[in-house]
Write a protein that binds this ligand. Structure first.
Ligand SMILES: [Ca+2]
Length: 213
């Protein structure tokens, strides 16, 4: 009888291990893919949102949504955009590749990419509001696309108001975002914040961001 009980307990334990394995299905959130498919400013159920901070005090409580949204075409270009025209700030999802010419150079806005431009007095912010409890890995790349003028940008990846990773990019510079094992709950947000540094001339910046668990 004792042996039978042990055997049954063993089967029960094995079953619970299998259940736990099935429950831990991997998930991923790809900024470029998800933004490309958006047709409204704040789609229900999306973890992503697009914000700015016009206050000069970098705390999540000061982040606000962009006041305007356009799908498929923005400012005469084939972009979906979240922007503040007066502030000179925007986040774009490029719907069709096109060449930008201005400020003494030209470069390509590539279909499928997400780009941002900080404002004259505002930071732009990509928010990922965690839908899960667990540990996530963050992988991405940031490129200052417009190297003809200006002083580059600074960026930081924050978990709520705590800096997880940050860098200061020279004009035309790029860097990799890579952080593993960030503990999150549905009360947590990750923020990718782009700052103009001294000025926002030629600060168009591409953002690649993938979050997995
Ligand atoms: Ca700058």
């Amino acid at each position: 009888m004792k042996l039978l009980k042990s055997a049954l307990l063993g089967v029960a334990l094995a079953s619970s291990v299998v259940s736990a394995t099935w429950a831990a299905t991997a998930q991923s959130w790809n900024l470029a893919r998800d933004a490309y498919l958006m047709t409204e400013s704040a789609p229900a159920g999306s973890a992503w949102s697009f914000l700015q901070n016009k206050t000069g005090v970098n705390t999540a409580a000061n982040y606000t949504p962009f006041p305007s949204f356009s799908a498929e075409e923005c400012n005469g270009n084939p972009n979906t955009c979240w922007r503040d025209v007066a502030a000179g700030s925007a986040v774009l999802s490029i719907k069709k590749s096109f060449v930008f010419t201005g400020s003494g150079t030209s470069f390509v806005f590539k279909q499928g990419d997400v780009t941002t431009h900080p404002g004259t007095n505002s930071k732009t912010i990509i928010r990922w509001a965690s839908p899960i409890t667990g540990n996530v890995n963050v992988l991405g790349r940031i490129n200052d696309l417009h190297n003809a003028c200006g002083d580059g940008i600074a960026w930081s990846l924050n978990l709520d108001d705590t800096v997880v990773q940050s860098a200061n990019l020279a004009n035309g510079g790029s860097s990799i975002i890579k952080v593993d094992g960030v503990a999150v709950t549905p009360a947590s947000s990750l923020y990718l914040i782009v700052d103009k540094k001294a000025n926002n001339s030629c600060d168009t910046t591409s953002l690649d961001l993938m979050i997995t668990n």
